[in-house]
Design a protein around this ligand. Structure first.
Ligand SMILES: C[S@@+](CC[C@H](N)C(=O)[O-])C[C@H]1O[C@@H](n2cnc3c(N)ncnc32)[C@H](O)[C@@H]1O
Length: 349
């Protein structure tokens, strides 16, 4: 899977345990699906998942991991990926924009991306094969990129992995019910159906996902947009907004979302470094029902550890906070929190 800020990779086990503790859960809505790691894990456990995210790269990732029926598509997808992986490089928009004018990838790998992406565009593939091909290409490019995992900037000197040759691999598809995938603003999505569980994992600060992952957005859309700045971001990054990235709007946006979503239970991820305080979020959630909270300690992103030496190896600062706490809130909209949550260490109201 791609490197992604805010991915709940390390919280998947806790989220599965919380879901399993809730009675009669069959349908789950993941309103901010990102890498679809959580949705994929639910699918594997047999839940019927609806994944939503308003960025198009996330839509294709969710199609691949939540939507695709593995047994039906694995074999044709293997043939397709072998065919695409054999294509020689053919430099085009991607190479010029992201390897020459900027330095996210080595030009030899950019040329392979161009060739493969043009081939996908010319093939009129059925949606599951298109999803597998696009995600395979994104993941292959991610393995040879020269960034710290954000596309706001590239490294001054090439990352060692950037010299490797780009190679397509089969995404790790899972067996489970084929889910639904949407690409809507979360608030709009909240009104589209009702579910046993709705999972909310919104952005919690000013960092905008479209801007952080603009290369993936351009790769999947293949609209070859005008770009700007040293990072060569898509021009639409200037107008892209999410109420959840705004200090002024986030409180009311969360409240509107929590009020609108139709589910028997809400599961909400919360990080203690965001714009909304724990007490504020508690107050918003309690409007829907009794709320339990699970606290999970985990190691912070690596930048907190490495950003303290200058290029000559001299210590220039103190180590930042190395651990932070992720909170998982569980709200019983029908009024009854199951006792099983206590065994998981949840604080009950
Ligand atoms: C914290 S990340 C979710 C990470 C995800 N749970 C995972 O494990 O990868 C937040 C996601 O919300 C999406 N997003 C931001 N604003 C949104 C909005 N208004 N509507 C829908 N999705 C939004 C972003 O594209 C991003 O993928």
């Amino acid at each position: 899977m791609i490197k992604y800020i805010g991915s709940k990779r390390k919280l998947v086990d806790q989220l599965l345990a919380v879901t399993a503790a809730l009675p009669d859960v069959h349908t789950v809505l993941d309103l901010f699906s990102g890498t679809a790691r959580v949705g994929r894990a639910w699918k594997e456990r047999g839940y019927l998942v609806t994944a939503n995210d308003h960025n198009e790269y996330a839509y294709w990732i969710a199609q691949c991991y939540v939507g695709v029926e593995r047994d039906r598509w694995l074999s044709p997808a293997s043939e397709l990926l072998a065919q695409l992986d054999a294509l020689p490089g053919a430099p085009g928009y991607f190479t010029k924009t992201f390897c020459e004018d900027a330095r996210y990838f080595q030009p030899k790998n950019g040329a392979r991306v161009d060739a493969i992406r043009e081939a996908i565009a010319g093939m009129s593939l059925p949606l599951p094969l298109q999803a597998i091909a696009l995600v395979s290409l994104m993941e292959a490019a991610d393995r040879v990129d020269s960034t710290v995992g954000l596309q706001m900037a590239y490294l001054k000197s090439w990352a060692a992995r950037a010299h490797n040759d780009l190679q397509l691999r089969m995404p790790e598809l899972v067996v489970g019910p084929s889910g639904n995938v949407l690409m809507l603003d979360a608030l709009q999505c909240a009104g589209t159906g009702s579910y046993d569980v709705a999972y909310l994992d919104p952005p919690y600060n000013q960092h905008k996902y479209r801007n952080n992952y603009h290369v993936w957005e351009s790769l999947v859309r293949w609209d070859k947009p005008e770009v700007y700045g040293i990072a060569n971001k898509r021009i639409d990054c200037k107008s892209y907004t999410s109420a959840f990235n705004s200090r002024v709007q986030i409180h009311d946006a969360l409240q509107a979302l929590v009020d609108a979503v139709r589910a028997r239970y809400l599961i909400v991820s919360f990080n203690d470094e965001g714009y909304v305080s724990e007490a504020q979020l508690q107050a918003i959630l309690q409007r829907r029902g009794p709320t339990a909270v699970l606290r999970v300690d985990y190691q912070r992103y690596v930048g907190a550890k490495i950003g303290i030496y200058n290029p000559s190896g001299v210590k220039t600062g103190t180590v930042g906070k190395l651990r932070n706490q992720e909170l998982i809130f569980v709200v019983a909209c029908d009024g009854q929190l199951p006792a099983g949550l206590v065994e998981l260490g949840a604080e009950m109201p």
